[in-house]
Design a protein around this ligand. Structure first.
Ligand SMILES: [Zn+2]
Length: 87
């Protein structure tokens, strides 16, 4: 592997071959998805590169509820209540 990959931007992945182990350099995963209102970590949202996400179905990328993948369940509930009260 080229020297340009031997830095902290890439992560090392040890790959077992038939009778030896080599190092592969892969790009790091993006940060965990956060709630747009409180900043809490979102569950059910995969942490992977776009290349991997492209092959996932829509239902595996975010929870199936209003604001799924944008707001956490608590903030979603509060937002829905305040929106309902506005009228
Ligand atoms: Zn939240």
């Amino acid at each position: 592997m080229a020297f340009k990959h031997r830095n902290r931007s890439f992560r090392k992945v040890l790959v077992k071959l038939t009778n030896s182990v080599t190092t592969h350099y892969k790009k790091r995963n993006p940060a965990k998805a956060q709630c747009g209102r409180c900043g809490k970590e979102l569950h059910g949202v995969p942490r992977a590169r776009a290349v991997v996400l492209r092959n996932l179905s829509k239902t595996k990328k975010r929870p199936e509820r209003p604001y799924g993948g944008v707001l956490c369940s608590k903030c979603m509930r509060e937002t829905m209540i305040t929106k309902a009260r506005a009228y």
